[in-house]
Design a protein around this ligand. Structure first.
Ligand code: HMG
Ligand code: MG
Length: 284
């Protein structure tokens, strides 16, 4: 039997958050409902951040209220602070994510805090989520390159990973936020992180800005990672990372993983339909 590799679908969040056109809530719900039929175990559908910072995600509670939840699928949301967590709990997100950075410049631009301040802010969020029986995922942005500070030291990624691990994150997703990582820099970063966190608790989150995300996934597979984040239709990016457009497309990751002999458990026909829907949302 082929080995299973999970694709964590981030399209409705990381994909759509960067779209300039305010996408109607019903369109987001229809996309999530289609994705629910594709076979994902986890879909990131919401982001309880400040609506002033990311207006596109302001209707996250309505999205969570409107979708048809498929049993067995975990519907995830970003929560940068206690206010975000309270909103996520009220909207009945199945799991939440705290999101930090390995670089100071991006941390400040994205969440208006230094790395140390952000970790202090995440601690009560992770604690309260656990008290509420909700799993917490951790993201680290700019794991190889930062749009403000240049190259990232792999040791710094390992330090932030250890801090998120100590807060109880069940999985840490390593973000090449601006898609400038190369197989060599991804490998060096992973070597540092794998010294402190086992591969089974790591995910690769590689944007495809420079067209290297699939190569970066392949090197990560060699290092033992078996979870990769992707966005259907290759939508998105981060509004606070100049040039970050383009998450790696779920359908491209699915196809490459199958070529390499892995099982993804996804229905290609449904995925194709979801990708068309997602690309249509971009065009408006
Ligand atoms: P701040 O301005 O320092 O926050 O922003 P504050 O605590 O001083 O609050 C300012 C105002 O925001 C107040 O409202 C708060 O109530 C409100 P006012 O009194 O002015 O009317 N506020 C909130 N409202 C709703 N929900 C909340 C919330 N928190 C405060 N949770 C903050 C700090 C973190 C809130 C802000 O910087 C923010 O929202 N940043 C989010 C940026 C973002 O969403 N970026 C994209 C996601 S990260 C990403 O894409 C990377 C990733 O994909 C991995 C990768 O690719 O690397 C995950
Ligand atoms: Mg991202």
């Amino acid at each position: 039997m082929s080995e299973y590799v999970e694709i964590f679908e981030t399209g409705p969040r990381d994909g759509l958050q960067n779209e300039k056109r305010l996408i109607p809530t019903e369109e987001k719900i229809a996309l999530v409902d289609c994705l629910s039929e594709a076979g994902f175990k986890r879909i990131e559908v919401a982001s309880f951040v400040s609506p002033k910072w990311v207006p596109q995600m302001a209707d996250s509670a309505e999205v969570l209220a409107g979708i048809t939840r498929k049993p067995g699928v975990s519907y995830a949301a970003l929560t940068p602070n206690m206010k975000g967590l309270e909103r996520a709990l009220a909207a009945k997100a199945d799991e939440v994510a705290i999101f930090g950075s390995a670089s100071e410049g991006f941390s400040k631009a994205n969440i208006n805090a230094s790395i140390a301040e952000s970790l202090d802010r995440f601690e009560p969020v992770a604690h309260a989520a656990k008290e509420a029986g909700i799993k917490v995922r951790g993201y680290i942005s700019c794991v190889t390159d930062c749009p403000y500070d240049g190259a990232t030291d792999p040791a710094q990624v390992a330090r932030v990973a250890e801090a998120l691990d100590a807060m109880g994150c069940y999985e840490i997703s390593l973000g090449d936020t601006i898609g400038q990582g190369r197989p060599e820099t991804i490998a060096a970063m992973l070597d540092a992180v794998l010294n402190v966190i086992p591969a089974q608790r790591l995910a690769g989150h590689y944007h495809d800005t420079a067209g290297r995300a699939l190569a970066n996934i392949e090197v990560s597979l060699e290092k033992g990672l078996r979870v990769f984040d992707a966005a259907v239709g290759g939508l998105g990016g981060c509004p606070y990372a100049p040039g970050a457009a383009g998450n790696v497309a779920t359908e491209a990751v699915d196809a490459r993983l199958r070529e390499l002999g892995y099982e993804t458990g996804l229905d290609t026909d449904v995925l194709t339909r979801a990708a068309e829907m997602a690309r249509g949302m971009r065009v408006g």
